[in-house]
Design a protein around this ligand. Sequence first.
Ligand code: ADP
Ligand code: MG
Length: 613
Amino acid sequence: MSWVARHLNGLFVAVAAVLILAMPDIAGNEYALRFYTLMLIYMILALGLNVLVGFTGLVSLGQAGLYAIGAYTAAILATRVGIGFVPCLVLGMVFAGVFGVLLAYPTVRVRGVYLAVVTIAFGIIVENIAIEWDSLTGSWVGISNVPKPTLLGLPMNHKVYFYFVGLSALIAFAVNVNIMNSRYGRAMLGTSQSEIAASSLGISVTAMRTLAFVLSAVTAGAAGVLYVFLNKYISPDIFSFSDSIRFLLMVILGGAGTTLGPVVGAGLLSYLPELLQQFGEWQRFVYGALLAAVMFFLPRGIVGSATDLLQRFTSRPAPNRTASSGKSIGEIVGVETVGAGNCLEARNISLHFGGLAALNKVDANIGSGKIHGLIGPNGAGKSTLLNAVSGIYRVSSGRNYFFGEDITKMKSHQLARRGLARTFQNTEMFGEMTVLENVWTGFYSDYRTGLLSAILRLPAYRNEEEKFRKSALDLLEFVGLSDSAFEKAKNLPFGFQRRLEIARALATKPKLILLDEPAAGLTQSEIDDLRDLIIRLSEHGITIVVVEHHIELVMAISSHITVLDYGEVIAEGSAADVQADPKVIEAYFGSPEMLEHVAGDKNSGRSAPEGAS
Ligand code: ADP
Ligand code: MG
């Protein structure tokens, strides 16, 4: 059973290849074969759209526009310029890809439903151009007399063309599978689940979105070209808004984010209208009702929900504990020990949210190789300070330096690549991915091989994949999460999620880690483990900043402490200095008597009261 599950994609390709070879004979007549060719074209389109919708979590309702751009490019080049089929295919893909880049641009600013509106607008514009640019597109009359496709100078008959499209579909499927199981697939999935976590691992969210748009545009363009040479004629009504909806439905109905889903969805939605003809004028009603019913009972699509079900009955792979054997962090990710001096320096930084000064002229020096505590009542600006130095917020004024380099204007993913890692106060997991995949994603920037080697599964790429998979398992062992490696991250208990975040941050080979309330929600024994972990990291030369309400923990491990209140530094120095500072006592406890009260309670392991100001 689990063997089948593991080799599902390979088995599918084998079965599909046999089916494609036999199909011209099964189909019997030209009309039927034409229908199956069209079905394969939709599968290609749906597979490309899956990269956008399923992997990257972006909704496009303008895919018919890209399909049209591929189709018109080919039709115009073939009829006016007399270019052959293969160059048309290439140019159609390239041209559609360019529009993919243009479409990706708005994602820098707009998300979710707003992005869907942008894609709808794009589809409408393309449709309108096809109608109005008469001299180029022939308006409603369209372009006819598209020549027969040729391959290597020889004309292709229906059967050969079907095989060509079939092979293209198999390639599209293989590319889909290979991207999904690569660092790009994990990065796309990561950005769809938590943008800030992905960028904290050195992944450029904009680059991932652009890549997804381009890949889906190129495949839509290819599908358009293949369609034109099948139909020999195009007109604007073939690329309407309702086609965009149908393409999106194919992906979602089949199962977005699965590799087989788009294939199943495209097959079903191509076939369904034929099947429903017997219902006469109720055809559309039945169509709608069926869609609604499938989505109600199988919310993750047909293949998505089936996989979930299958996973419940198959045993998970046992974590391979033999492979990793208690390696130190230096052995796993090769952390470089850094010399003395300042690791991070915030100089006079201020940050305003509207009228509120969340940070006001803050100076902070984080000594290299040290553990640095950052404390203060709730709302003091601690998380804001971490966000301001790690590229998530832009400071209103002041400058930040990382090992002497001015990083004030840098983005989160750029800083991550320089060795600045972090965790989040409200954990930011890639919930739908496994624990192992979460950490594996952290190695994103460390790969030397690129997209092409990932798509082609070149040996160099596979070696790197295996290497980082092992390192990820080692890291999980290092933080004590080996047993949960194949769980979905969202199913982990809270304390484990915190540890997973640290393991994932370690995968980026950090020189500095910012921990935002790592002990919040942990039990006393988990806090003890955390303290040991932080000390072990520090011993390997990683600089650490800990924001924590658990005062005992901070006092025990920090060599230097900064106290924030109302966005200003009110005290700093050693644990003893800070504890004795009247301003700190005032900010934290309101009065010295409160402190004594809490200090007497020391062994109970409770955090200091929050937000007493
Ligand atoms: P801490 O981490 O010390 O508890 P924060 O840095 O989260 O405090 O918040 C500092 C202040 O800035 C608070 O008053 C908070 O309400 C405000 N703040 C934080 N983030 C935002 C934001 N994104 N938009 C507006 N105000 C914010
Ligand atoms: Mg906070």
